[in-house]
Design a protein around this ligand. Structure first.
Ligand code: PMT
Length: 417
């Protein structure tokens, strides 16, 4: 007998074909998969494909005379250990969130007591609609888990968030919900891998919210105050966390480097905008990383038109303190949330970093001496000391990508404590 029974819901989106790969991987892991499709899903892929591969009738409409089970939504829903929906459209999410049961899949959701995992895929505008986000929040409150879509080129030829997450990652998260030791055969177990190796998924279940880059504080519509941050360090942490199985959201300030593929990016170029974006996303995060070089001061009054220089020899800019994102995150911290900061220093690096750690209530701080060659702003390498509640670790000159994994190893140690 198979170890777990999965109800795989498939809805009408271009990514419907990827549900076949999800089903195959689940079967490979020893699961018994039963498929339910919405009517629109059958416009993209035939029920016969799933029927041939599962050897089971695929229910689209439980009133269909060919359906062998007259009360299928009740039987189906009570015979599964997990309901997994891949891909999930905005429409099915809306139905689940509002208790609408006007087709087989939505009736199954209502009739089931099994845990539910949803992997949405849709156009960016639909994903970002307040209605869709409201429905998702409602479902999360109801206990539903999500594998959030990633950024990339979408079928509609636009670039943005809405692309289905990598199918292997979806399956891993589904299996982890059933049993944390359950693996896809051929994929390594956590125990036999060194931390940080490419396919070590030791951060599954974590959601990283990471600020990246510098900020720009407007003086007038053409001028701003900023710093040299390229975004390389923050993007490296984002890429490493995602490779290790975490969900990742980046809040990007001004950067010269490109974000890693497939990660959700929210643009917020000023300290105030970054503060607002972080607070809006914080509820989902299990780990917050402040890798951004946020301006400590911004012009108190940005001019609405270009400031003219005629007849003006000297000028005084009045600056006002920006909100401290990291301190506020730390204040609002909920149970289990880890708060990680960076400190860019020029002298007494560890001493100042420890003071910041205490003042801002951090679990861990990465202190970099930006005067050292190969460290700090806009380099591909870094040199740092990681100071955590558990102790200090010196990280000699290495690539920012390697350093990202070392930092995550320290985060993981804190998580296991
Ligand atoms: O982007 P790169 O070119 O790769 O460079 C990487 C880096 C040097 C920018 C990065 O490694 C780094 O050190 N980032 C933090 C730089 C910084 O602003 O340090 P700070 O000591 O001023 O701030 C301490 C911490 O408070 C930081 O985590 C910062 O994000 C946070 N902060 C600061 C001010 C503020 N208003 N809000 C904040 O959240």
């Amino acid at each position: 007998m198979s170890k777990y029974r999965i109800g795989l819901g498939v809805t009408g989106g271009i990514a419907a074909y990827k549900a076949i790969e999800v089903m195959r991987l689940l079967q490979k892991a020893g699961c018994d998969v039963s498929v339910a499709m919405t009517r629109h899903a059958t416009e993209f892929i035939q029920p016969l494909t799933f029927r041939a591969l599962t050897d089971k009738y695929v229910i689209v409409d439980d009133y269909d005379p060919e359906n062998p089970d007259p009360i299928a939504h009740v039987n189906f829903s009570q015979e599964i250990d997990l309901l997994l929906v891949v891909p999930a459209t905005a429409n099915i999410i809306a139905k689940f969130a509002n208790g609408i049961a006007d087709d087989f899949l939505s009736s199954t959701y209502l009739a089931s007591t099994a845990p539910v995992l949803i992997a949405p895929a849709m156009n960016t505008t639909m994903w970002e609609q307040p209605a869709t986000q409201r429905n998702i929040e409602q479902l999360k409150t109801d206990g539903v888990r999500f594998v959030e879509p990633v950024a990339g080129e979408l079928a509609c030829k636009t670039v943005g968030t809405g692309k289905l997450e990598d199918v292997e990652n979806i399956v891993r998260q589904a299996l982890a919900m059933l049993d944390s030791t359950f693996q896809i055969p051929g994929s390594e177990t956590r125990e036999n891998l060194e931390p940080g190796t490419w396919n070590n998924k030791d951060l599954i279940g974590e959601h990283f919210l990471i600020t990246v880059g510098g900020t720009r504080e407007a003086i007038d519509p053409v001028r701003f105050i900023s710093n040299h941050s390229s975004g390389k360090m923050g993007f490296a942490v984002a890429e490493a966390a995602r490779k290790r199985g975490a969900e990742v959201t980046i809040v990007r300030g001004s950067t010269t480097a490109n974000p890693p593929e497939g990660i959700r990016v929210i643009d917020a170029v000023s300290a105030r905008a970054m503060f607002d974006a972080v607070m809006a996303e914080l509820g989902k995060a299990t780990v917050f990383v402040g890798a951004a070089a946020v301006a400590d001061y911004a012009p108190a009054h940005a001019a609405s038109t270009k400031i003219k220089k005629d007849g003006i020899e000297t000028m005084t800019l009045e600056l006002k303190k920006t909100p401290d994102i990291l301190s506020e995150v730390s204040k609002r911290r909920k149970d289990g949330q880890l708060v990680i900061g960076f400190a860019a220093e020029t002298n007494d690096v560890v001493t100042y970093a420890k003071i910041k750690m205490g003042k801002k209530g951090l679990d861990l701080v990465v202190a970099n001496d930006i005067t050292k060659q190969g460290a700090g702003f806009n380099t591909d390498t870094n040199i740092a000391t990681v100071i955590s509640r558990l102790g200090e670790t010196e990280l000699p000159l290495m690539s920012k990508r390697e350093m990202a994994d070392k930092i995550l190893d320290e985060v993981l140690k804190l998580r296991k404590k």
